[in-house]
Design a protein around this ligand. Structure first.
Ligand code: ATP
Ligand code: MG
Length: 437
């Protein structure tokens, strides 16, 4: 993409309304614009990051055996009355009345709808287990929307729902998602720590939150220092026993996770317990038959008797992750995108757009990068070099390739890795090989 034809409204000044660095940088780097309290337009560069994160989430859900669907954002109040949540949910639910005076709402989560749709399509225990998911906009009328997309009112969420014949099966699905979450965040270049959690309005008796540690996190968290070194795993997700043992092992080894409510566990962990701030990027729940019973989901068991499936639900804050990743990865000059979520892989800078020789060399390298399938944003504008470097640093693209008169004279390109000081002069071929990854 040529910057001269793009839509990248960067801001020189730090917007006064933004309190934390990710929100400031998302506005300054032209990723988003606020259109109402807690509601954002996604501009081209921001949308590319959102799609990258969405793609990683989707790939890991698919790998875990979950099946994608898409539910409507607007749902009928009737559905939510069936579970009792229409009245229980409170003012965070955005309620809408249509022209026929029917009560509707903008979905804040979707247990009721998934359970009903699933109930309409299954008959037998042989239809279990299943995990369905969607990646869809949600709305919660947060009392204090703040920190940009981190606590918006409209936000993009992956939500999955598991259906199993019994509690043991449901625990297996829960563990599968647990591992899928560790993989998902690792694939984004992030380290998210699981913490045992309260189940809140979703209900149920087993839950973990996943937190990215960052100074501006809204949650106070305690975790075992071993988590700083823990990495995701290749444990076989189809082997229920191995999976259970692995997840139990993680929870036992790092037992201090979120044990702030338990002084004995805290004392046992001793100095290994770390206190930090965390950004909640995901949460998983097991809640038994709460929704299946309420929404009349039942299948016929092997003995002909009805079985009420055990369920779990599994959320990831896709749009919140954009802010959370920036909180965890930036410097004084701007964003430093991990490669897997970067909007483009290479920023190609022509230092002298007014010089025919430089422009020919830059156009040529641009064509070669495109031919090699490298995602490249080409700064072909007639601007000063300093302004181009500042923009490239601000928007945080992992590799910068710089074409200038000195290099062109000897056939070299300057290669810089965002976030690392060193610059290298390489031949065009070597530069291409370096960034092709
Ligand atoms: P929080 O405690 O931050 O309000 P929650 O526990 O209410 O979040 P869940 O119901 O667990 O949220 O939703 C799943 C995920 O969706 C969360 O882990 C979070 O990453 C994301 N999320 C929830 N609320 C918002 C919001 N207002 N803006 C952006 N992302 C959100
Ligand atoms: Mg939560």
């Amino acid at each position: 993409m040529r910057l001269s034809r793009y839509f990248l409204p960067v801001l020189k000044e730090t917007p006064g309304e933004a309190q934390i660095v990710s929100h400031q940088l998302m506005l300054r780097a032209g990723l988003i614009r606020q259109t109402a309290a807690g509601i954002y337009a996604w501009l081209p560069l921001g949308l590319r990051v959102l799609k990258k994160i969405e793609g990683i989430v989707r790939a890991e859900q698919d790998r875990a055996g979950a099946v994608e669907v898409l539910m409507p954002t607007i749902q009928s109040a009737e559905l939510w009355r069936q579970s009792g949540r229409y009245d229980a949910y409170g003012p965070e639910m955005l309620r809408i009345t249509d022209r026929h005076d029917r009560e509707m709402l903008f979905s804040p989560t979707a247990e009721e709808l998934f359970t009903t749709i699933f109930a309409g399509g299954v008959k037998s225990y042989r239809d279990l287990p299943r995990i369905l998911y969607q990646i869809q906009w949600k709305f919660r009328d947060e009392i204090r929307p703040r920190f940009g997309v981190m606590r918006g009112r409209e936000f993009f969420m992956k939500d999955a729902y598991s259906f199993d014949a019994d509690m043991a099966g449901a625990r297996h699905s829960y563990n599968r998602m647990f591992i899928a979450y560790l993989r998902t965040f690792a694939a984004m270049g992030m380290h998210a720590i699981p913490m045992r959690a309260d189940t809140g309005p979703i209900g149920g008796d087993l839950s973990h939150e996943f937190h990215i540690v960052a100074a501006t996190g809204e949650s106070g968290v305690f975790y075992h220092e071993n988590w700083d070194r823990a990495r995701s795993t290749e444990v076989d997700a189809d082997d229920a026993v191995a999976l259970q043992a692995y997840v139990d092992g993680l929870n036992a080894d790092y037992a201090a996770t979120d044990e702030k409510r338990d002084p004995a566990a805290e004392a046992a962990a001793g100095s290994a317990l770390k206190e930090a701030r965390g950004i909640e990027v995901g949460q998983i729940f097991y809640f038994g038959t709460k929704y299946s019973a309420a929404m009349s989901l039942s299948v016929q068991g092997p003995d002909g008797q009805p079985i009420v499936p055990h369920m779990g639900s599994y959320g990831i804050g896709v749009s919140r992750l954009v802010g959370a990743i920036i909180e965890a990865s930036h410097d004084k000059d701007g964003i430093i995108w991990p490669e897997a979520v970067a909007p483009y892989r290479v920023a190609l800078i022509n230092l002298r757009a007014d010089d025919a020789v430089c422009t020919t060399a830059a156009d040529d390298l641009y064509a070669k990068l495109q031919a090699a399938g490298v995602e490249v944003l080409y700064d072909d504008r007639n601007e000063r070099g300093g302004a181009k470097f500042a923009t490239a640093d601000l928007i945080g693209i992992p590799w910068q390739l710089v074409i200038g008169p000195k290099g062109v004279a000897v056939g070299t390109v300057e290669v810089k890795r965002r976030g690392q000081g060193a610059r290298e002069e390489l031949s065009v071929e070597a530069a291409l090989a370096r960034v092709a990854g």
